[in-house]
Design a protein around this ligand. Structure first.
Ligand SMILES: *[C@@H]1O[C@H](CO)[C@@H](O)[C@H](O)[C@H]1NC(C)=O
Length: 227
């Protein structure tokens, strides 16, 4: 009886671990081998990898937001202040599936690129500043590092995808400037914690948008909308 139970436990654990490994190894696949100018990966595979990555990034971002909220934000009423105050709020992004459906796929692809670029700088600083946060759980720091890294990879992948879908189109390096570093370093605890909260909130919001747009784009471009 005990043996049975412990072997069941063992195999559940094994299953869990192998799922995690699978998840990890998929997420650490380069979208294209680095330095490879003529990427041989098919457009379908590029999209598959991009969607897996964006889903992974959104998952980590949501978990960071919840962990931060639980640890620091309870009862401070941050959520009401956070609405509509993201550095990317000035970009006009479709708010729902219908609006996204009506957006030309070239514009949607560029939008994903622009939003990703707009996060380069804040993600870099987020990692540094989280290190200095008092009693920051390791889990938040680890996820912040992972999100920074995977976002760069997704950005490279998006550049490859756009190069395939619209070869020869000259890229514009547009992005939304983030100026939130001073508030992450503010001496006043309430102000500083709100700045972190806001950034985690916006990251969750934007990673969700990117994930949704990419799924939609994959469906449109690869499956001709039959999905
Ligand atoms: C993130 O992914 C893990 C593993 O698949 C899952 O257990 C967890 O619920 C996800 N978290 C969120 C916030 O979706």
């Amino acid at each position: 009886m005990d043996n049975k139970r412990s072997s069941l436990k063992g195999s559940l654990l094994l299953l869990l671990v192998s799922n995690l490994l699978l998840y990890k190894s998929v997420a650490s696949l380069p979208i294209c081998p680095s330095g490879n100018v003529n990427c041989q990966v098919s457009l379908r595979d590029l999209f598959d990898r991009a969607v897996i990555l964006s889903h992974y990034i959104h998952n980590l971002s949501s978990e960071m937001f919840h962990e931060f909220d639980k640890q620091y934000a309870q009862g401070r009423g941050f959520i009401r202040k956070a609405i509509n105050s993201c550095h990317t709020s000035s970009l006009s992004t479709p708010d729902n599936k219908e609006q996204a459906q009506q957006t030309h796929h070239e514009d949607l692809l560029n939008l994903v690129l622009t939003v990703l670029r707009s996060w380069n700088d804040p993600l870099y600083h987020l990692v540094t500043e989280v290190r200095g946060l008092q009693e920051a759980p390791d889990a938040i720091l680890e996820k912040a590092i992972e999100v920074e890294e995977q976002s760069k990879r997704l950005l490279e992948g998006m550049e490859k995808i756009i190069g395939r879908v619209h070869p020869g189109v000259k890229e514009n390096e547009v992005y939304s400037v983030w100026s939130g570093l001073p508030s992450l370093q503010m001496a006043d605890e309430d102000t500083r914690l709100f700045a972190f909260y806001n950034l985690f909130y916006c990251l969750r919001r934007d990673s969700h948008k990117i994930d949704n747009y990419l799924k939609l784009l994959k469906c449109r471009i690869i499956y001709n909308n039959n999905c």
